[in-house]
Design a protein around this ligand. Structure first.
Ligand code: ACM
Length: 389
């Protein structure tokens, strides 16, 4: 169902983010980032004097609905550029339609990599911008025995394959690789907790998404595990999931992301403040919300350069395009349609906020096919100057 629509002499864009279902909290944050950027652009006279007009649909976390609503945007609504998708299953069901109807997809979520489409721009991080740094940090700080637990779909499987590769190369070991249903019930975690008790890993790496993540952390706390000794490290635990748990449940656990709500730069503070003013002080601001925000700004820049919203013309102007994003200056990599992003590791403090415990010295060139796989190869940096020192 459409939940936001404007009409007029405008540039029409589509947005597919779920407002109900297992990953709704993360997706609402992404929708908010999209809307904030659209409103900012329109408040400064739009693009070439015309406003952006976003048409949002709610696919309810169903891959089939993502596909059907993408087709509806591309055909009935005659909208060729779509922003959206959280779970990789959603992106994978939308992309063939984008290709078939010659549209364009902007995807703001961190993901497993191993994908390229000339009709997709990927603005979330891939594994050489998050998994490599996190694996190294965990092994150096907590130990060499790692247990993997994930939701049963493509992103956790592929991410765990990459983490296993990194861990084995660092003379460390995966003690178990376990999966729960994508939309689990608390009982699904009994078996996981039992395995953690039996195998006694040094750290748990989780790719459990959405409501399942909350069940995992609550079961972990109830079982008496101490996060200061054996933490859970998880890309899928962001400000959006943390907001649904009490600080005692999540304090001490870790993640890797390109942006945190707590970043203290002027750009980050300005963005977080505008976000909270628009959506409420409790609205979580995640790295994916930040990517959802800056990708609309990148689109607007490309639209201005192209002078037309023809997807091929827009796509031609995006490679190499830079933006002074809240996380720091970012750039679309002309080699692979992914984005040069900053890498950070955050640990949740007693107030339920992320403290940054490690950060990259510069933005990192994306390597979505993971051609370089050692724990140090994240140092392969971009080859052009940054916007700022
Ligand atoms: C994801 O499925 N890319 C979180």
């Amino acid at each position: 169902m459409a939940w936001f629509l404007m009409v007029g002499n405008s540039w029409r864009i589509g947005a597919l983010f779920s407002r109900s279902g297992v990953t709704a909290a993360a997706e609402i944050a992404e929708a908010n980032g999209t809307l904030l950027a659209t409103e900012e652009i329109n408040a400064s006279s739009g693009v070439l004097g015309r406003p952006l007009e976003p048409v949002f649909y709610d696919p309810c976390c169903s891959a089939e609905q993502y596909r059907d609503l993408a087709v509806r945007l591309l055909t009935q609504d005659k909208i060729k550029t779509i922003f959206g998708c959280y779970m990789s299953t959603a992106r994978k069901s939308v992309l063939p339609e984008i290709e078939a109807y010659r549209g364009l997809l902007f995807y703001p979520t961190f993901y497993e990599g191993f994908e390229y489409s000339k009709r997709c721009f990927y603005t979330g991080s891939s594994s050489n911008q998050n998994a490599v740094q996190l694996a190294r940090y965990l092994i150096e700080n907590f130990g060499t025995r790692i247990l993997l637990v994930g939701s049963n779909y493509v992103f956790p499987y592929e991410y765990n394959r990459i983490v296993t590769d990194l861990v084995v190369r660092a003379n460390s070991s995966i003690v178990a690789e376990l999966y729960v249903p994508v939309d689990p019930v608390p009982k699904d975690f009994d078996r996981i907790i039992k395995q953690i008790m039996n195998l006694k890993p040094d750290v748990v790496v989780s790719t459990v998404v959405g409501t399942g993540a909350i069940m995992l952390y609550e079961a972990y706390k109830d079982a008496g595990f101490d996060s200061s000794v054996v933490p859970i490290a998880s890309l899928t635990t962001t400000e959006a999931e943390v907001a649904q748990m009490s600080p005692e449940v999540v304090a001490g656990h870790l993640t890797s992301a390109s942006f945190f709500e707590t970043l203290d730069s002027p750009q980050a503070r300005k963005f977080v403040s505008a976000f909270k003013k628009r959506f409420g002080t409790d609205a979580p601001v995640t790295a994916s919300a930040e990517a959802a925000y800056f990708q609309v700004h990148l689109y607007a820049k490309a639209l201005e350069l192209a002078g037309t919203d023809d997807p091929d013309a827009i796509a031609a102007h995006l490679p190499g395009l830079e933006f002074d994003a809240p996380q720091g200056p970012i750039r679309i990599d002309p080699d692979n349609h992914h984005t040069e992003l900053w890498s950070r590791i955050g640990r949740i403090n007693d107030a339920g906020k992320f403290d940054v415990v490690w950060r990259s010295e510069t933005r990192i060139k994306p390597d979505p096919y993971f051609v370089t796989t050692s724990l140090n190869d994240w140092k392969v940096l971009h080859h052009r100057p940054l916007l700022k020192a």
